[in-house]
Design a protein. Structure first.
Length: 442
């Protein structure tokens, strides 16, 4: 199955406000490079930038345009943690490689903001911190455990009691929490397009509107094929995550089937007046709480409150979600009054459950060797904005011979889900279960 590469941009706040990306051309013949990267999202573009900083030739092949996929559709929160696991979980799963990954993740938000500042990328970056409040008294144990574990490996996290959380968020809805001042938020599409400009300026080649149909090892090289040409390279990085099966079901079936693309919806309010905005997350931290059902919010550069969630039946263009999320915001911050959304859009989150029978091992990112000097990762589980930029650095290094023992890439074999198409269809109907679990104390 091959889908069209003329897919439209989602009608997002980011598409309406991000500066344009570079003017790019498709693959139209047979090309060569030292490294070929499939996918021009955060990971692929970061990989290209780091390779060019090393003086290595690189071609990035993108199905539509830089940032068209998950990198340009997300909420833009810069979070240096995993969604469902603390450092001990990664170490238990991968040993020393897990420890190295934890270090990469710990520093990932800081590294993203340093990259934005280094290259002066106009990404509306605000390193105001990220806070995770707890939604019931019993969930305070989660915050305590996360502060304990992240503090043990040097992260600058702080535990918040209920009074401090109320002051930070401008709402009495939560019972404490923790925060990390290295986090924050960005305009994600502006970041993706900015990274593309940087990569091109450094000498990388980015080919747009060129969905990759297949790749293969031919002799000592990798050959990446599109409908109109090919790129041959010594090394390969597959950076397509939840969109691995979107344009070709033969790109990498194992990786496409180990990730469950779950639709996530984002919404942006009309601009909020300054006198009200200063009472809601007044220092402009990014926020996502301990609900399994997504509860998150952050400000954009125009005083719009950007939030989102999921729904079993979202309706056309998310129409069924509008009243639900408006009511949620009004409950959290009554001073908002009646709420209207100017922008509603959606995109896939790459989730990685290993097995319906083993939910305790769900939620870990996956790193794979594709063959000699071929690498991939997938399974962001909603936390890839910060992580992807740092992983681009790690992937660039490994293609140039840096030993695995010096990198935060805990490799494993792909674990495709035999029922993945069915799981993908029924995933939204897990919401009642999540709500029931959210109502339970620990």
């Amino acid at each position: 199955m091959t889908q069209t590469s003329s897919a439209p941009w989602p009608p997002s706040l980011w598409a309406a406000t991000a500066p344009p990306g570079p003017v790019l051309q498709p693959v139209t013949g047979d090309e060569t490079a030292d490294v070929v990267v499939i996918g021009a999202g955060f990971t692929g573009l970061s990989t290209a930038i780091h390779l060019r900083e090393m003086g290595v030739g690189v071609t990035v092949v993108e199905a539509v345009e830089p940032g068209w996929g998950a990198s340009g559709r997300n909420n833009g929160q810069v979070i240096p943690t995993l969604a469902g696991h603390d450092p001990s979980g990664m170490t238990a799963r991968h040993g020393e490689a897990g420890e190295r990954f934890n270090t990469v993740l710990r520093d990932s938000a800081q590294y993203l903001f340093e990259t934005v500042r280094k290259y002066d990328i106009p990404a509306e970056a605000e390193q105001a911190g990220w806070v995770q409040p707890v939604h019931s008294p019993g969930r305070f144990k989660i915050a305590e455990k996360r502060v304990r574990e992240w503090s043990a490996i040097g992260a600058p996290v702080e535990l918040l009691d209920r009074a401090a959380t109320t002051k930070m968020l401008g709402s009495e809805a939560w019972f404490g929490g923790f925060w990390n001042p290295t986090g924050g938020h960005i305009n994600p599409l502006a970041l993706a397009r900015g990274l593309a400009h940087v990569a091109v300026r450094l000498g990388a080649v980015i080919r747009s509107r060129s969905p990759v149909q297949s790749y293969a090892r031919v002799g000592d090289n990798w050959v990446v094929r599109t409908d109109k040409g090919s790129v041959t390279a010594r090394a390969l990085v597959l950076a397509t995550n939840a969109y691995t099966g979107e344009f070709s079901d033969t790109l990498n079936r194992d990786i496409a089937r180990e990730v469950i693309p779950v639709m996530s919806w984002q919404m942006a309010t009309r601009p909020i007046s300054d006198n009200i905005a200063k009472t809601i997350i007044p220092d402009r931290q990014a926020m996502s709480d301990t609900h399994r059902e997504l509860y998150f919010a952050r400000w954009d550069a125009r005083n719009r409150l950007v939030t989102g969630g999921a729904a079993m039946v979202p309706g056309r263009d998310g129409d069924n979600l509008r009243p639900q999320l408006a009511a949620r915001l009004k409950k959290l911050w009554p001073q908002l009054g009646d709420i209207e959304f100017d922008f509603v859009w959606s995109g896939y989150v790459g989730m990685t459950p290993d097995s319906l029978l083993k939910p305790q091992v769900a939620g870990f990112p996956r790193f794979h060797r594709l063959g000699p000097n071929g690498y991939a990762w997938a399974g962001c589980n909603g936390r890839a904005v910060a992580l992807s930029v740092s992983l681009g650095r790690e992937l660039a290094k490994i293609t140039q011979g840096t030993p695995e023992g010096e990198l935060g890439l805990p490799f494993s074999e792909p674990t495709p889900q035999p029922l993945q198409p069915l799981i993908r269809r029924i995933a939204p109907f897990a919401l009642p279960l999540y709500r029931r679990l959210d109502a339970q104390e620990i």
